[in-house]
Design a protein around this ligand. Structure first.
Ligand code: BGC
Length: 863
């Protein structure tokens, strides 16, 4: 095996001999890294060995971790006593499941690390803080339970506005030490080192820190933390510490702290952010409990904790019931270099009638073991494996992990909740549910259809509210809100703050009525894949029918042009809210919307025309609408985002790029300059192009033909190029769509570039601070989806599974599993073969050929 040898101290320059030797200081700049990576790629180097001279253990671990990341191959320590090949292999397997941070940057960056280190199970989520950390500008220990929202009023510019927030719940994680009077908060102490590792495979977070105390002693703390995947109401923390000398004045403190508020999102801090009233507090021995109620929505959340320790006498606990919290503390003496451990297991529920705490709480190791077993099953079902690209593998694991922490079959069973735009990881977008579900559903449909159904039920259970919303606006059927929370009311703001100018502006985003189309698409995709007739009969048809009614009632007929229009709506591109100078929000004939409505009207008889009679339209008119919705298409075959789009001004990208550097929020830049994005051909994200994300080219062509529009053969390429040049990717949902499209038109380089950027969205916080407020579940799920759809060519939308691989150059193998109607597929794609293992005989489409698969053997297909 060719390995790269990296020396810690200066040695020869990169040699092109058989043995590649390099010194670590040749790996510092981007250029140097690029050069070495090219050698690695050309020579197909599988791993590197690091020759250490002076680095101490901690520095060494960090150097090895970072070198592995930067070189994208396993880098191991030279150790002649060990089998190097095996070491490299082990690292190749373990590294992509390890998310480690070696620093403590405090503030936005730290907030973002905490989002990424969140542990959760779909029911509850705990941000990745250490138990000592307090709510501050440095850290944000957030605790969430799915669908716990509260509405509060705030005064903005002399106007009272209402916001429904995703509530930060009492901090039951809290544990800390007071040593010789010095309170350990991490933030305020003299921190020697900190290393935080989230094990993506097991869901356990480990934090090791070392603190120089004011009394001269060295304190080491080791924290393990997990949210149980086997018992969704439980989470556990193991808190261990040692001192390097005997210290007798130590207080160990544990709290159930109800004195919390929503503080995660800086721009919301001026608004009302206290949502809880503590209504009951109990403590007895090592057991404590706290009951809170949300101030307006009246949701009661109960937490009960137990402390357990072999090392500390908890019989001596001094228990105090304070105003909004319970405090349990005990005085201890620590001998030199002796680890002392306390465990805290917490039960948490928002439904005390159904969820009861066990009399005997599980021990941490048991809770972890049981949870690990569940994680193992989830990974078996959902893991995507790529060979030859360690970092893509790691990002895919990170995204799988966070999706499962946001919603899982274990945490979401019978839960009345959907997946928030920012997971159970932060408070941006107030934990609301958007059309982002469209990007997330495929992951659940192919791996965990029961969870996909549960997520759709969240929408079904708010159908009545959607009908009311339609009625209030003078429409028929169901109009789902752009932002949905507790009861499905519209939660979008009416005013929006531009952080660049500090000004509040009217917000028309609720006019993104296409959210209802996303819901219809999700219902249809779920049914199409699972053939769950029961769901369709009892819920799906009703939702589709009501949504269809809504769209029909929104159309208007222009006799002169003999075309139907849908007016006053916004497409997914949020930069365009209204026509220039108009006070009314919305635009006419958004292409994505009109094409999706054409599709919707075409999926009858699922919708059942008979049930549409309430619209007072005869079948002929309905058919006419389906054929005559209006689009604006130019001579080159570019589909205008909306009517009038081609009259807008072009933007001088170079000018803005030079002036501002980062232009991804071009809307804010233009607004702050007194201009409006409404006047320019500038998009936040894919809009017209979204139709190609939802459907293959043939289907889109069919929809266009239904509308009697005939475009040139290369219209997908043309539209992609046109809009890509005018898109700032201000939403993380943008790159995934463009990447999938680039792959569709065989622009492999572009597809890969955008895919890579999307993979790193949260890991590198590419929007410069938004990950601090929670992960981006839409893009995370979508990268998992397009890995399969773009690179394996997996298409689940037809009756037969289709595969049409285009493996990226960087990968030698891509493996994944999924289940469709009791058939379990295990697929491995290499550069020229597809190997499929199924548990039942069946057929699949490989490209345009139908291939029969034999059960319980490896079906090898060349492509
Ligand atoms: C995007 C929307 C998305 C929302 C929530 C916005 O930035 O423009 O498409 O639904 O974020 O993720």
């Amino acid at each position: 095996m060719d390995v790269l040898k990296i020396y810690e101290q200066k040695s020869d320059a990169i040699s092109d001999t058989k043995e590649i030797v390099i010194s670590i200081d040749q790996l510092t700049t981007e250029e140097e890294l690029k050069e070495v990576k090219q050698i690695i790629y050309k020579k197909k180097i599988k791993g590197a060995v690091f020759f250490n001279v002076s680095l101490k253990e901690k520095e060494l671990t960090e150097v090895l971790y970072k070198l592995t990341e930067n070189l994208n191959i396993p880098v191991v320590l030279n150790d002649e006593t060990k089998d190097l090949k095996k070491q490299i292999q082990n690292k190749r397997e373990s590294y992509p499941f390890e998310l480690t941070y070696f620093d403590y940057p405090k503030g936005k960056q730290e907030y973002s690390i905490e989002s990424l280190l969140t542990v959760g199970n779909g029911y509850l989520g705990l941000r990745g803080t250490s138990p000592e950390m307090l709510i501050s500008d440095s850290n944000y220990p957030g605790t969430y339970v799915a669908s716990v929202y509260n509405t509060a009023e705030s005064l903005v510019d002399n106007t009272t506005i209402e916001n429904e927030d995703f509530v930060n719940l009492p901090n039951g994680q809290k544990m800390y030490l007071i040593i010789d009077g010095e309170v350990i908060t991490i933030e305020d102490n003299d921190l020697n080192s900190i290393k935080r590792t989230l094990n993506l495979k097991t869901g356990e977070l480990t934090i090791n820190s070392e603190i120089m105390l004011k009394n001269g002693a060295l304190l080491s703390i080791c924290v393990n933390k997990m949210a149980s995947m086997s018992q969704r109401n439980y989470y556990g923390i193991q808190y261990s510490f040692k001192l390097d000398r005997l210290v007798s004045d130590i207080q160990f403190v544990s709290e159930l702290d109800g004195d919390v508020n929503n503080y995660n999102v800086e721009r919301y801090r001026k608004l009302t952010n206290h949502h809880l009233t503590v209504i009951d507090k109990k403590v007895e021995g090592a057991k404590a409990s706290l009951l809170v109620r949300t101030n307006q929505s009246n949701i009661e959340v109960y937490q009960e904790s137990r402390l357990l320790s072999q090392d500390i006498n908890l019989n001596k606990l001094d228990n105090q019931i304070l105003d909004k919290k319970i405090k349990q503390q005990v005085t201890i003496t620590a001998e030199a270099d002796k680890w002392l451990t306390v465990e805290k297991i917490v039960f948490m529920t928002k439904n005390q009638t159904e969820d009861k705490a066990l009399n005997e709480f599980p021990k941490y190791t048991n809770l972890l073991l049981e949870s690990e077993k569940e994680w193992e099953k989830l990974w078996e079902e959902a893991a995507i494996k790529v060979t030859g690209d360690l970092m893509s593998q790691k990002m895919l694991n990170l995204h799988t992990y966070h999706m499962l922490s946001s919603a899982s079959p274990n945490g979401n069973k019978d839960l009345d909740a959907s997946i928030t735009a920012r997971g159970l990881h932060g408070e941006a977008y107030r934990g609301h549910i958007f059309w982002d579900e469209l990007f997330m559903l495929p992951f659940y449909i192919i791996h965990f259809p029961e969870t996909a159904k549960q997520l759709l039920m969240y929408r079904y259970d708010r159908l009545e509210m959607a009908k009311q919303l339609a009625k209030e606006e003078g429409h028929l059927g169901a109009m789902y809100p752009w932002q949905s929370g507790l009861d499905g009311r519209e939660q979008s703001q009416k005013l929006h703050l531009n952080p660049l100018s500090g000004e509040w502006k009217e917000d028309h985003s609720r006019r993104q009525r296409h959210v209802s189309l996303a819901i219809a698409y999700n219902v249809w995709s779920y049914y199409q894949y699972t053939k769950d007739q029961d769901f369709l009969n009892n819920y799906g048809t009703e939702m589709l029918t009501e949504i269809t009614k809504f769209w029909l009632s929104l159309t208007t007929y222009d006799e002169k042009k003999d075309r139907y229009s849908i007016k006053g709506v916004m497409g997914p591109d949020e930069f365009h809210e209204a026509y220039s100078g108009s006070k009314e929000g919305g635009l006419d004939n958004n292409a994505y919307t009109n094409l999706m409505v054409t599709w919707l009207l075409g999926i009858m008889p699922i919708v059942k025309k008979e049930s549409l009679t309430a619209v007072n339209l005869d079948f002929e008119t309905i058919n006419n609408i389906q054929k005559k919705l209006k689009l604006d298409i130019n001579e080159a075959g570019v589909i205008a985002q909306f009517e009038g789009y081609f009259n807008l001004k072009e933007i001088d990208w170079d000018y803005y790029q030079n002036k501002y550097g980062n232009v991804y929020r071009m809307d804010r830049i233009l607004n702050a300059e007194g201009k409006s994005p409404d006047d320019y051909k500038v998009a936040k994200q894919a809009d017209s192009l979204m139709i190609f994300y939802n459907f293959p080219k043939e289907k889109v062509t069919e929809l266009l033909t239904t509308l009697n529009y005939h475009l040139p053969e290369d219209y997908v390429e043309k539209n992609l190029l046109y809009y890509l040049n005018r898109t700032s990717h201000g939403s993380t949902l943008s790159r995934v769509v463009h990447s999938q499209l680039a792959e569709m038109v065989d622009d492999r380089e572009l597809a890969w570039k955008l895919y890579q950027e999307a993979l790193y969205s949260d890991y590198r916080d590419i929007q410069g601070g938004t990950t601090a407020e929670g992960i981006h579940t839409g893009v995370m799920a979508s990268t998992l989806h397009i890995t399969l759809s773009a690179f394996a060519g997996l298409d689940i939308r037809g009756d037969l599974i289709k595969l049409n691989p285009h493996l990226p150059e960087q990968w030698s193998e891509l493996s994944f599993t999924f289940s469709k109607q009791l058939i379990h597929f295990k697929v491995t794609v290499t550069k020229n073969t597809i190997v499929i293992y199924v548990n039942k005989d069946c057929s699949v489409m490989i490209g345009s050929e139908c291939v029969s698969l034999k059960a319980k053997e490896n079906n090898v297909i060349n492509y």
